[in-house]
Design a protein around this ligand. Structure first.
Ligand code: HEC
Length: 283
């Protein structure tokens, strides 16, 4: 075990890929993970600036970035959804209350305050989960998950929260159990192709799979929800998780399942220190 730990701290790919089997603290995991990516892409990341990991695979390709800037900068395709999200946010529920009454944080801090561990319920609270929890608490029907209204409200809050730091906390052992569950999910091989998230987004990150450049896992969550050309609409992070599970012909899990909440908790914690920059456009 001691040797394994040395390997991990030594930051070899093998060390990082076997991280799931290693007893490291979340802080050690995070440091090793972030150093692995900043080292691996030190010459190829846009402007040689690790803050650009928030742009996913676009940060690794000048051409793709330039094309994206044209679309995202001038007439971002998510704008209509985002505006609709603002309207939903501001429209009172039938009981006269509104979303604002459920969220204690300032508008620009809401995005950055999720995901977080909730001690009372011993669960992970996510932004989308709390949007629907707020509706239900006020006698409204929850939005459908994955896309539509929920992604629109999420996009509005992401936009208001741009520039805040990703700062996920793991306050105690029970929270750490959620983190470990998410970590195990990330490193577990599954599906007919027998591949883990870590295979594509750590080991093969920066390589092409068919026509697609595989994004580094570092920074992958920062820009959600995402408007994908393929979807022709906004979709949530859990929708993307399901898509990536299905790509390897594995079973996907329901949005807001414990599996995806744990994964989101681990995945976001690994990007602590980067900036929230959603929503974004993707192919
Ligand atoms: C067979 C390879 C493969 C596996 C395994 C895989 N993905 Fe992906 N993933 C892709 C491809 C291809 C894309 C689109 C290109 C890109 O942005 O990486 C993608 C995109 C994503 C994105 C969106 C990135 C962005 O900037 O919009 C996220 C988030 C993501 N994957 C998470 C995961 C997670 C979590 C897992 C494990 C449940 C996983 N992926 C497993 C291939 C894979």
């Amino acid at each position: 075990m001691k040797l394994m730990k040395t390997v991990l701290v030594g930051l070899s790919l093998a060390g990082l890929m076997s991280a799931a089997a290693v007893q490291a603290t979340p802080e050690e995991d995070q440091a090793a993970f972030q150093k692995f990516f900043t080292d691996k892409f030190k010459d190829s990341i846009r402007d040689k600036d690790p803050r650009n990991f928030v742009h996913g695979s676009l940060a690794l390709s000048e051409d793709a970035f330039a094309q994206w800037q044209e679309i995202d900068g001038d007439f971002p395709p998510y704008e209509d959804g985002m505006d609709h999200g603002k309207t939903l946010w501001e429209t009172p529920f039938a009981n006269g209350k509104s979303f604002k009454d459920c969220f204690k944080e300032e508008l620009n801090m809401i995005r950055a305050s999720f995901p977080r561990y909730d001690e009372e319920k011993d669960t992970i609270l996510t932004l989308e989960g709390e949007i629907n929890a707020c509706r239900e608490a006020n006698g409204e029907k929850p939005f459908a998950w994955k896309k539509g209204d929920i992604a629109d409200v999420s996009a509005y809050l992401a936009h208001e929260g741009r520039g805040q730091k990703i700062d996920v906390r793991i306050p105690n052992e029970k929270a750490q159990a959620w983190y470990e569950k998410g970590k195990a999910f990330f490193y577990t091989k599954r599906g007919q192709l027998n591949m883990a998230c870590a295979d594509c987004h750590i080991a093969y990150s920066g390589n092409y799979i068919r026509a697609e450049l595989l994004s580094p896992a570092y920074g992958q969550v920062s820009h959600f929800p995402v408007f994908r050309a393929k979807w022709d609409e906004l979709g949530t992070l859990h929708r993307r998780y399901a898509g990536c599970n299905e790509q390897v012909r594995a079973k996907s899990f329901a949005p807001q399942s414990d599996e995806y909440k744990a994964l989101e908790y681990f995945h976001t914690y690994m990007s602590n220190g980067l900036e929230w920059n959603g929503p974004a456009f993707r192919k």
